[in-house]
Design a protein around this ligand. Sequence first.
Ligand code: PMP
Length: 388
Amino acid sequence: PIYLDNHATTRVDPRVVEAMLPWFTEAYGNAGSVGHAYGHAAREAVEQARETIAGAIGARPGEIVFTSGATESNNLAIRGVAERPRRRGDHLVSVVTEHAAVLEPLERLARGTHRLSLLSVEPHTSSQAGVVDPQQAAETIDSDTCLVSVMLANNEIGVIQPLAPLASAAHAVGALLHTDATQAVGKLPIDVEALGVDLMSFSAHKLYGPKGVGALYVRGRDPIVRLAPLVVGGGQERGRRSGTHNVPGIVGFARAVELCTQTLEEERRHLRTLRDRLLAGLVAQIPDLRMCGPDPATTARLEGNLNVWIPQVDGETIMLAAPQVAMSSGAACSSADPEPSHVLRALGLSADEARCTLRLGVGRFNTMAQIEQAIEAIGDAVHRLRKG
Ligand code: PMP
């Protein structure tokens, strides 16, 4: 099948695999065992990777903590701030359209010691659909707020949040700003200083790297952000995340970031061309089809993202009728959860409308020929289902 589910995960770039291979079978040392050449080489590789990744996001190497992925990074950022021994304030602020890996740790805290405010977003009728209202954010953030967590790019509708006003509002009261940038790193130019963030989560498998490795950027000066660790043990990552380093994974992560950085603008143009053709082709086949999320002509949106609403036709049913295309429907990315997408619901779609959607994620390895085939396959499936 044609792979159009690049928000769920991406194919590992063969150049990444190549960079990883020696670290399994030849240079297999533990980065903590620096008393011999094996461990020393592993340590060097991890530190080199840290430098590459830090450089790509405008950070310093000491500000990068390696984790098992963005889920862990989000948990470490949120619980790490909220559960610090000498914390200020117990109010957490986030947005209704965040990923479950942000909402779940926040809601857990809110069932105990903390208070949680979730900001709403612009409705689907707006060209700014999915964008947080900075005014509402400024009114919600108060002197008791310790952390504001707002994602950079949404995994379902691709909307890119303007973080600068949120950073100002958070910093004005002494709160920290965390961003889940899992869908943005490798896809957009990122500079943590320009964004004004204190903590930023991201993951290798969304940017053509391996699964099971990610990072958390933790501001190291003005101010130094201190975190209560989630995983304790051998004290790796300066005590912020214990556990033997995933050396091949970390090496692959850095190589993947490096490749994204080298071809960023070229790739953005490629993805935009394919995405725009996909939308135009689908509209030609299905005239009542509507795009969900912000209008890319006026509002920042991930180039590779398309989310469409096809009235009266269930997304899951289209997926079954068009097995030649690997895509996802408005019933969220976790298959264990049959609920219609909370992101589309937050835009104001009814539960039934949210079920009649498809998320199409275009990626590096897609070609125009595949896009044409996908248009045919989805168009045919919808026509058959509507006739039937
Ligand atoms: N945040 C966002 C926005 C995501 O899209 C994902 C992956 N679906 C995650 C967090 C979780 O990332 P990981 O798979 O690396 O734990």
